[in-house]
Design a protein around this ligand. Structure first.
Ligand code: NAD
Length: 532
């Protein structure tokens, strides 16, 4: 499989857009901008497919997802080339953080769908309800809309899609306009997995619509049953408003400003390597990137000097070269955001120890890995998502101050704490973020069983793991009365029933056996009334 120019089907579309390689600017493909009508058609196809897909036995759905995992792994190198061409990330990262995570999620969802969908008994404590049996059943929601960003163009939509498919939903994905080909490869592999398991019915429960923001808006308005949106806070707010008007439930996976806290008993060599990888991986364009690093004063100068040394050894270049550690930023627009945040910090007294500017000789979107200290906490570099290869480091004096710094700001996606295990774990429990890692960072996203999501402005709801799958099913309470020929005690008429009904309400809650027995006797009057 090779990265190829996608042929634009202009019939019904409202234009087209093209993609390019962020390392070189080389054109890659041209894709249709779906009209609202085409988006509605894709959702209608998905709804039709959901009927047969949700009736397909769980084991066969699981077999499709396991097959998908195998196909992803078998084609990992070719997929990595497509991901690299569209997003610029190094090939090794494309395999580890996109392909492998997608394959793991497909297998996890195959293995856990039965547990998520199994009915749960609901006990009835109240004596009036004893003759009923209750259970909670879980039904697929229907059609799940997925709107994705470009930074993990395979793993993000794939993990969300497999959770939806495993639970019997159909999916309509709108990939980022910067990385659509990767999602077409996913569509191709899902189709191959369905075929391989003998499920050749059309239409397929996985549809792709391409375009920009307007196509995303059309998807929200198309009658989908739930939306999973991953992207910036700015767009997330617009998406939430649009969805609210239509009462479409949403999961929002938004931006982050993750703190890394290095305590006084941390291993400086390990923590500095982690800080460099955690801030530079994918050129810093990871929602869980280290964007603020707080280091105990005792270790500060050794830590900063080791970070500087390690950053100076990074190979910056085209991610298609196997020796590259850090690739380009996704776009010139992103480069300008990073450059302007660093410039603002510099003019307000920050010290740039290495990097600090674009590298135009490598290509249009390269920014030098940057280590920066003495940054004012009020600058955008410390408050807004940077999404670039920039590591700001700041010292602290006490655990109390470290917790306060980590919890400051509008975001709460991820965080990490470094130090002796018990000490770091105790501090980690005080940090408010969707995931807090002790002596590691980012890798929680690769644990298929672990839920992913944020607090504060980093989002609403969870994806991944069993919690993520539960977000995609409707809990339906089923109640079966075992005495179908008996009229209920609380039905009409009310006349004469106030006193015994009052006694009945005391029955469960009265303190002491004597009071309860008395209440039971007084409530017997309820049995004497002839119900209409
Ligand atoms: P973005 O918000 O610009 O775009 C995300 C998607 O939304 C794209 O597909 C885009 O076409 C679509 N879109 C744009 N306007 C829309 C509208 N009005 N209605 C509906 N859809 C619309 O984000 P991006 O630049 O592609 O991605 C980077 C952002 O994503 C960063 O902020 C990053 O932190 C965040 N992110 C979050 C997570 C997470 O799990 N929390 C993961 C990855 C990325």
């Amino acid at each position: 499989m090779e990265s190829r120019i996608h042929l634009v089907d202009k019939a019904g579309s409202v234009g087209s857009f093209s993609t390019s390689n962020p390392a070189s600017g080389e054109p890659l493909g041209e894709y249709p901008v779906f009209s609202a009508r085409q988006v509605a058609d894709a959702v209608a196809l998905a709804r039709q497919a959901q009927l047969w897909w949700s009736q397909t036995p769980l084991v066969r759905r699981g077999a499709v997802l396991r097959r998908l995992a195998q196909l992803l792994i078998a084609e990992r190198d070719a997929l990595a080339r497509v991901i690299n061409a569209e997003s610029g990330k190094p090939l090794l990262e494309a395999v580890l953080t996109d392909v492998m995570i997608a394959a793991d999620a497909a297998r996890f969802c195959a293995e856990n769908a039965a547990a998520v969908l199994s009915p749960q008994p609901i006990p009835h404590d109240n004596p009036a309800m004893r003759f009923k049996r209750g259970e909670l059943t879980f039904a697929p929601l229907g059609v799940i809309g997925i709107i994705s960003p470009w930074n993990y163009p395979l793993s993000l939509p794939a993990c969300q899609a497999v959770a939806a498919l495993a639970t019997g939903n159909a999916v309509v994905i709108k990939p980022s306009e910067l990385t659509p080909q990767t999602v077409f490869e996913l569509e191709r592999l899902i189709a191959a997995a369905l075929d391989a398991e003998g499920l050749t019915a059309q239409p397929r429960p996985f549809q792709v619509v391409t375009g920009m923001g307007a196509t995303g808006q059309a998807l929200i308005a198309s009658g989908i049953d739930k939306l999973i949106f991953t992207g910036s806070v700015h767009t997330g707010r617009r998406v939430a408003l649009h969805a609210a008007e239509r009462l479409v439930p949403v999961i929002l996976e938004l931006g982050g400003k993750d703190a890394m806290v290095v305590l006084d008993d941390a291993d400086v060599d390990v923590a500095s390597s982690a800080a460099v990888w955690g801030s530079m991986m994918n050129a810093g364009q990871t929602c869980l990137s280290v964007e603020r690093c707080y280091v105990h004063r005792k270790l500060y100068s050794a830590f900063v000097s080791q970070c500087r040394d390690k950053i100076s050894r990074l190979q910056v270049g085209n991610g298609a070269d196997p020796g590259t550690d850090v690739g380009p930023l996704i776009s010139t627009k992103q480069l300008q955001i990073v450059a302007s945040q660093v410039e603002e910090a510099r003019t307000q007294g920050a010290n740039i120890l290495i990097g600090g500017g674009p590298i135009p000789e490598l290509g249009p979107n390269f920014y030098a890995p940057t280590l920066i200290t003495d940054v004012q906490p009020t600058t955008r570099l410390m408050r807004e998502e940077t999404f670039g290869p920039v590591l700001p480091v700041q010292p602290f004096e006490s655990d109390e101050e470290a917790v306060h710094l980590a919890n400051s700001g509008d975001f709460g996606l991820g965080a990490s704490v470094w130090g002796k295990t018990s000490h770091a774990s105790a501090v980690a429990r005080r940090v408010r973020a969707g995931s807090v890692l002790v002596n590691d960072l980012i890798s929680g996203f690769a644990v298929s069983a672990a839920p992913h999501g944020g607090l504060k402005k980093s989002g609403i709801g969870r994806t991944h793991g069993v919690l993520g799958m539960r977000e995609l099913v409707a809990p339906i309470y089923l109640d079966v009365d075992q005495m179908p020929r008996m009229k209920k005690l609380w039905w009409y008429p009310y006349a004469g029933n106030a006193e015994p009904m009052g006694a009945f309400t005391e029955l469960v809650h009265a303190p002491g056996l004597g009071r309860r027995l008395s209440a039971a006797l007084r409530s017997l009057g309820l049995l004497r009334t002839r119900r209409w």
